[in-house]
Design a protein around this ligand. Structure first.
Ligand code: FAD
Length: 104
């Protein structure tokens, strides 16, 4: 994790290091995997919050009290801490100019 921005008392945006990141389109998400010292692993999905042209990859996490993953990402993770991420996942949810409207 490279850095973070507090968005609200329960929400924080974190900027992830993503070497080789080739960009994304609106509507796609990544899966973030955490591994405990004893090897236990768990994974959650997060929408990509950065713009497609941004250099890095940002996700915004709202803390769910009692949750397994979101309290760590929203409150505890610090710059330099590692995270595994998988994605891009999901297709684009946008029309490009010239596509026309499918309802007309
Ligand atoms: C495609 C996709 C994109 C997502 N994008 C985002 C995102 O951009 N930002 C983000 O913060 N989350 C996002 N989520 C939700 C995220 O994946 C986690 O489910 C969330 O962070 C809670 O994980 P947790 O491990 O803290 O809670 P868990 O340990 O999984 O759950 C703990 C308890 O809280 C309940 N719970 C889980 N989520 C919520 C909720 N939102 N509100 C109320 N109760 C809940 C569960 O039912 C359970 O009882 C996305 C999910 C999907 C499928």
């Amino acid at each position: 994790m490279l850095g973070s921005v507090v968005e609200a008392p329960r929400a924080r945006t974190i900027l992830l290091d993503a070497p080789g990141w080739t960009g994304h389109v609106a509507g796609q998400h990544v899966d973030v995997r955490l591994t405990a010292a004893d090897g236990y692993r768990t994974e959650r999905s997060y929408a990509i919050g950065s713009a497609p042209d941004d250099a890095g990859l940002a996700i915004t996490i709202e803390r769910v009290d009692g949750g397994e993953v979101s309290p760590y990402l929203a409150d505890a993770i610090r710059p330099g801490d590692g995270l595994e991420q998988r994605g891009l996942i999901g297709g684009a949810f946008t029309w490009s100019s010239g596509d026309g409207c499918p309802c007309c």
